[in-house]
Design a protein around this ligand. Structure first.
Ligand code: GLU
Length: 299
């Protein structure tokens, strides 16, 4: 069976995957509703995955708030709520595999050292998130790495992007709206796969989970388009299937600034307090009628 046909005959398994770093806003509500509708029209399943690997910014009260907000809005998910913080062993195993394949290396640099290195080099290559990591720790010897790890020097683990891309060969992924997209993960440089303060990263945890949960369709904001290139590469390196993707536009406020969890006034909790009827809100969001001052941010 070809990959395309598999996508057509398999029931939809999708997910909503918020990070519990604040309350949900109207953009999350729109995204969660689209995910639920995608699951329901395909006779499929919507999972709720809490991306709480960031031990400092993730808060239990935000988890409770997210669940309360989704219930109020009428978003129904299937099965238990999943917590990434309870799945660290899975991400560890994936990282171990990449270590065994020589595709990741420990990086001991501090932010200040990286900034100084970039400033000194004058012409650092840039990715979508700013200047790329200059690769300092890629050049360390195995012996130095081992000694510094033994000495408990704080370190993250970075993907050796050039090696990884050479190992995987040319890659593409399927976007439900835009068709076949050629992946350019090299634009992101040596991304972090396990952070200094967390045993994994968004990229690794999301890729491993999407595969392990049997996710067939990933729906998320178009701010994560370049992340999908990285996830496609990790899928290839780890022998994981690649789901179909859809990237929706983000919402912006009257000033044209992208909505963030901290932006006041459009949190679902506030709308609920103002007495907004969730059935009407669902109807409006499905018709892309947003509250006054909120609009789609064109890509
Ligand atoms: N946790 C991410 C966020 O809240 C979403 C990641 C994803 O859907 O892959 O932005």
């Amino acid at each position: 069976m070809s990959a395309d046909i598999q996508h057509i005959v398999r029931p939809v398994v999708t997910r909503f995957a918020p990070s519990p770093t604040g309350r949900l806003h109207i953009g999350h509500a729109w995204s969660a509703l689209m995910a639920m509708d995608m699951a329901r029209t395909g006779g499929g399943v919507l999972r709720l995955r809490i991306e709480d690997i960031d031990g400092v910014r993730s808060r239990p009260e935000h988890v409770a708030g997210i669940i309360e907000d989704l219930r109020w809005l009428g978003v129904e998910w299937d099965g238990e709520v999943m917590f990434q913080s309870a799945r660290l062993a899975l991400y560890d195993a994936a990282l171990d595999r990449l270590k065994a394949d020589g595709l990741v290396y420990p990086c001991f640099c501090t932010r200040a050292e990286i900034a100084a290195e970039i400033a000194a080099s004058g012409s650092a290559p840039h990715g979508s998130g700013g200047p790329l990591y200059p690769g300092t720790c890629r050049l360390l010897s195995d012996q130095e790495r081992a000694e510094r790890i033994d000495a408990h020097e704080p370190h993250c683990w970075r993907l050796d992007m050039a090696r990884a891309v050479a190992r995987a060969g040319p890659l593409s992924w399927q976007d439900m709206d835009r068709g076949t997209i050629t992946a350019h993960p090299e634009r992101a440089g040596d991304v972090i796969l396990a952070r200094k303060d967390a045993p994994t990263s968004y990229h690794l945890a999301a890729t491993v989970d999407d595969a392990e949960m049997g996710i067939t369709h990933v729906l998320r904001g178009d701010d994560l388009l370049s992340a999908t290139d990285i996830h496609r590469l990790l899928q290839a390196l780890l022998g994981l299937p690649s789901p179909l993707y859809r990237h929706h536009l983000l919402l912006a406020d009257a000033q044209g600034k992208r909505l963030a969890k901290r932006t006041g006034g459009i949190a679902l909790a506030d709308l609920r307090e103002q007495g907004v009827n969730p059935a009407h809100l669902r109807e409006d969001l499905r018709a892309e009628r947003f509250p006054v001052g909120i609009r789609l941010l064109s890509a």
